[in-house]
Design a protein around this ligand. Sequence first.
Ligand code: SAH
Length: 331
Amino acid sequence: MIRAEIAERGPMRLDRYIALCNAHYYATRDPFGRAGDFVTAPEITQAFGELLGAWCVSVWEGMGRPDPVLLAEAGPGRGTLMADALRLADRVAPGFAAAARVHLIETSPVLRAAQQARLGGRVAAWHDDIATLPEGPLLLVANEFLDALPVRQILHDGRERAVGCEGERLVWTTLPAPGEPPGERGEAACAWVAALAARIARGGGAALIIDYGHEGGATDTLQAVRGHAPADPLAAPGETDLTAHVDFAAVAAVSRAAGAAVHGPVPQGAFLRALGLPERTAVLCRAARPDTARQLQAAARRLMDADAMGLVFKALALAAPGLPAPPGFVP
Ligand code: SAH
């Protein structure tokens, strides 16, 4: 389908290629876990979703405990993070759990089914996009969501990176210079976050974005992953996971411009340590069998260690102006 479009219409801009590939990729599989292509934080330890649930409870208290409050997640994968967050809230903050209306933003029918199986009656509604979320105070979490959105790349000579074809094979090519400075541009992520920030500025609330990323100036962070190994982004379109690092400087700038207060980004390791990941892990380990306890400790180290996920992953919070600094971002 992608090759046919290129053969018919000529080279395809990189962002359209990524959008078509990822739409097919996520619509046709559950990519998580050992048998899949990659593993995410909520899939390696329940403590991750629990701590994010506690983060939401704390921000909700700072908002003056609105009831109802929208509890939304963008790109919820298997629903694991939300299940862990709700279990924590049910136990420690039943008032929040009762006030929360769970809304999931997810385009993949396969993953919507997995979320339904995991969360069942707790989900008020699914959405294709942030635009259809009901109005009102909002708490939103997004882990490894923005990295799945398409990027453009303007090369050093000013030309734009594109995908062409030679016979059956896809090849890198370029399109004429669009007259923009060189670099990688996460326009889709910025548009998405700008809409989120405008909503938060208008209706109240906060959002927590966690992803791997940088703070501006990247030229090429496109990655393809299949079966836990790097792959050629052009070799099997729609069958590999295509991601790009999030430009947190650009995301923060559009959020401020839309009227939200911005906290961070801070490295994931520091963020999770401030939320109490070591302590939560120790509590879980006391009730666990020795092999499970070792796995929980290893997972916590993986999320926090500088040479694993602790530095390249970052946390950024958007909040309605006037709210207290959220947990993990207090100076
Ligand atoms: N947050 C989960 C999953 C991350 S994978 C975790 O941490 O495990 C990316 C998720 O975003 C998947 O659920 C995927 O189906 C969804 N997704 C990708 N592109 C999307 C888009 N444009 N709109 C909505 N959801 C999207």
